[in-house]
Design a protein around this ligand. Sequence first.
Ligand code: ADP
Ligand code: MG
Length: 479
Amino acid sequence: MEMKKEYEVVWNNFISLLKNRIAIVSINSWFKNCSIYEIKDEELDGKKIKIITIKASSDYIKEALKKRYLDIIEELMENILGKQCVINFILPNEITNINEAVDKHNVINSGSKNDITVDNTQVINNYEKNINNYENNNILEKYTFDNFIIGESNRLAHTASISVAEQPGRLYNPFFIHGKSGLGKTHLMHAIGNYIIKNSNKRVLYVTSEQFITDFTNINMKKSTDYIQEFKDKYRNIDVLMIDDIQFLEGADKTQREFFHTFNNLYDLNKQIIISSDRSPDDLKLLEERLRTRFSWGLTVNIYPPELELKKKIVKNKLRGQALANMVSEDVIEYIASNSENDVRHIEGAVTRLYAYSAIMNQQDIDLKFANEALKDYLKKSVYMDSNISKIQKAVADYYNITVKDLKSKKRSANINFPRQIAIYLCRNYTNESFPKIGLEFGNRNHSTIIHACDKIKNDLKENKKLAEVLKEIKDSIN
Ligand code: ADP
Ligand code: MG
């Protein structure tokens, strides 16, 4: 059903305002297939208001919009329409039901939503459908597309996963996701599963390859026809099969053979098969050739290690909603992101530790120094490590016959300030450390002080030929 022209104008207006507020990917995920079904005027306590009914493409989308975006939809619609707005949602199947009911009874729809008859059997069917769908499928509800954070390194895997979830068995079959541990493969598989369960009555089954091996070994041990039937029911009487970490099937030759038959059976019936692995199909050397060939029939996507930006987003997301979130400075986020491993669990673990430490120490203000202290055993390197910075500091202090402690102190007398500026300049130019880190190493001085020191020495060097020699001498003394 097409949207009325005037609704279309409101909707387009709404989407363009929304672009300033939330990420484009979120708009594409949640709002793309929605439209305005109806806008009605009503009176509430003598005030004229608008009742806007948004058509959501699925129940899943509807719930997400209600849960996450209701406030923003209301706010932007009020901006556009200039009146207080109340937002309702409607699903495509409810619209058909309304039209059928209208046809059947040949009544004129008075426009009030109380007149809408919804077919009760449909509701019951949906209910039963969902019960069946959640039975024994091993899908974890906590992993959804909603809480998967997207960056360059996982964008393709995420987009392809959504396509598979929307049209299981039709687009990419099999769908093969590979990447190192902790990059979100399992998360994406469950997200696909959750999406399919919510939006269709397809039967989904998620298993790890260990589970598959165990099930297969059991039928061989027990050898009763009951078990064989049970196995077949479990693995063939489904619409979507996901096998996680298929690399563990390497070496399990008999199980591979059975998996081959299961694969063929499902594939021939256009059932969706989703596989994950820590390696690409080509690198699964111990897997039968014919399986590897089959894996490459569909779509293979790689999840790459997260880039710095994505790591920062993950840190920020983990901080979100926590009481101390506002106490954590941008420096700290950068510090965690650039020093944690690529495994997303490790990144999230750093944030958890930071919080725990701040609770123990009863410290509210989480700055770089504090974070460094809290995470020094956890992150792969720490700013206090015996770095080049400390070598430079030592060399400068020796040259000017002062102490490293002086360099880090608050003292501002010329005999200390100038060497300090030299040391800062050398750190900036001869190490890869960032301004915040250098600042931290020089008595927790802020960015601007560090930048100023570097500029100052740079200018001095232009006029003072002797200074270049001094710098060279200091550098040479660093071993
Ligand atoms: P893999 O299966 O690739 O080893 P997982 O899917 O188990 O990795 O991910 C490890 C943990 O990191 C899970 O808690 C998962 O929710 C989280 N995670 C991984 N990638 C993301 C992401 N892009 N956004 C949010 N959480 C993520
Ligand atoms: Mg996994």
